[in-house]
Design a protein around this ligand. Sequence first.
Ligand SMILES: C[S@@+](CC[C@H](N)C(=O)[O-])C[C@H]1O[C@@H](n2cnc3c(N)ncnc32)[C@H](O)[C@@H]1O
Length: 233
Amino acid sequence: MPEAAGEPVVLERAAGVGGEMVLRRAGAHLEIIGNGVFLMDTRNGESERLLVRAAAEGLRGPARLLIGGLGVGFSLAEALLLPQVAAVTVVEREPAVVGWHRTLLRPWSRGALEDPRVTLQCADLLDVVADPRAGTFDALCLDIDNGPDWTVTPGNARLYGPAGLELLAERLTRQGVLAVWSANAAPRFEELLRERFARVEARPVPVPRGEPDVVYLARDPFPAARFPVTVSG
Ligand SMILES: C[S@@+](CC[C@H](N)C(=O)[O-])C[C@H]1O[C@@H](n2cnc3c(N)ncnc32)[C@H](O)[C@@H]1O
């Protein structure tokens, strides 16, 4: 009786694009594990909400946001509460995660996937930001990993390097802000942000135990790099 002993119980398993996806229940809460990495649970969500709120501070509406990925839906549900937000594109790589929002995770995303302001792209975020047809956004709110130094799959690390930041800068409007979630301070990533953006801020968010989460905010990219860069390879 694992649950009686306080142990998580596996509710669903699915083969995913980036490794096996598992949805577990632990008491009243649900947990998502991807590729063997604990990704998200329904316990708190304060820093995942701040990711969106901090990005939207000072944005003039009607604003267009991109959220990557969906997780348990805290960030997406928060975006839909903000009056200046007119449209949200949510990019999630794992079909299983999307499916769980029609069933077990629905109470946390509060039906957000059916909101007319929301467009879901079940795709790899790195492919989406590399495609100029994605257009530009007033905020890119990125939380696909446990942070720049702790990625769920090795390929995601490309997002946080100079080539990835170049593509992200291209996806921003003039008032645009890049917001990146991390489970810990990521000093090398902050340095790279400061090389590419004129205004960079790191906002620590205390958590009940351990190191604070950190939300990185970057605005005003410097003019584009002189040479084209790619995240492929
Ligand atoms: C930490 S959770 C997101 C938590 C979310 N902010 C919330 O409020 O619940 C990370 C999500 O990103 C997804 N993901 C991981 N790598 C991805 C990628 N390369 N492209 C798109 N989604 C990805 C995972 O499947 C997972 O659903």
